[in-house]
Ligand binder design. Structure first.
Ligand code: GLY
Length: 319
């Protein structure tokens, strides 16, 4: 069977490439998504995941992450953890527990120490500077502090037909301490069932969790919808429902993969994602909303170069 791995945002490129190499050499979907997400967590210039993630309102980096195995539905997650170098690996470890599979805060950190997970200060000088700049602007210009966060979410199908998915994020920049988004919530930020497919979501967690959008997308694939239609139906029904209730809807993107390896995407904002397959190395695609559907194009070289430059700009020019 042919394998595939896909991840949210351009930041997933190196991780998806690594996961693709693993799948090509017979690794499981679970191992591939975990390593793909770890690669993003480890790179300090990706500002909303792992090391270098943007801090909360108390200038502390609090991280959320989750893992789901589509064969067994085993699920593990951590939320609001500090000082854990790779939340996704801790989440995966927890997915093997019958009880206590979702730990938060100090309890999760204690478990990580007991299990000898690598601990480190996740607040980089760059993220601290970003916090100082943004705090000043929020005070002086009445700007919303809740800006500029993306989640890495990765889905994979391996050559034996197993599926898995994982997420990791530092959540909303300057969020209230203890705030948890959709990313570690089973069915909201991620869901996998190898009988049907896997899905991950990124965007405003407070919205995504209300629509349980990853589960909805996998359920629709289970009803026979192709991945594009499944993700778009989930997104559109949710947006229609919220608008009907007189609510505003924030940014939401869904990335999914069916059990036969087709990848689908739905979004209400500009979004990018990465896919690698047996017959095609990892490539970045740009997506924009277009009516009830999306427009997709492979990222041009100029866009990729501009991205590389942008993530290295001094914090003063970014925040
Ligand atoms: N989607 C990530 C978050 O809202 O925390």
């Amino acid at each position: 069977m042919s394998w595939v791995i896909a991840g949210t945002w351009r930041m997933a490129l190196e991780g998806v490439s690594k996961g693709a190499h693993m799948l090509a050499t017979g690794a499981s979907a679970g191992d591939a998504v975990t390593e793909a997400v770890r690669a993003v967590e480890d790179y300090p210039l990706y500002k909303s995941v792992g090391l270098g993630g943007l801090p909360n309102g108390a200038c502390q980096v609090e991280l959320d992450g989750a893992f789901m195995d589509g064969d067994t539905l085993d699920f593990g997650a951590v939320a609001a953890v500090k000082d854990v170098k790779n939340p996704v690996s801790l989440a995966r470890r927890l997915s093997t527990e019958r009880f206590n599979c979702f730990l938060v805060g100090a309890g999760a950190e204690d478990f990580a120490r007991v299990e000898l997970f690598e601990m480190c200060n996740m607040l980089t000088e760059r993220a601290k500077r970003a916090f100082e700049i943004r705090s000043r602007k929020v005070r002086e210009s009445n700007l919303s502090p809740y800006d500029g966060h993306d989640t890495v979410g990765v889905v994979a199908l391996d050559s034996s037909g197993s599926m898995a998915c994982a997420t990791s994020t530092s959540g909303l920049f300057m969020k209230r301490p203890g705030r948890v988004g959709d990313s570690p919530l089973c069915g909201s930020g991620l869901y996998a069932d190898s009988r049907f497919g896997a899905a991950v979501a990124t965007g405003l967690g407070e919205e995504i969790m209300k629509g349980v959008l990853s589960y909805e997308t996998v359920r629709s694939m289970g009803e026979g919808l192709d991945p594009d239609s499944a993700s778009r139906r989930s997104l559109k029904s949710f947006i229609d429902r919220r608008i009907q209730a007189g609510r505003r809807v924030g940014a939401i993107s869904i990335l999914c993969c069916s059990r036969d390896g087709r990848v689908g995407v739905a979004t209400n904002v500009e979004f990018s994602f990465v896919i690698a397959r047996r017959d095609s190395p990892a490539k970045v695609y740009l997506v924009s909303p277009d009516g009830d559907g999306v427009k997709i194009q492979e990222a041009p070289v100029e866009w990729l170069e501009a991205y590389e430059r942008r993530i290295k700009l001094p914090p003063e020019e970014v925040f």
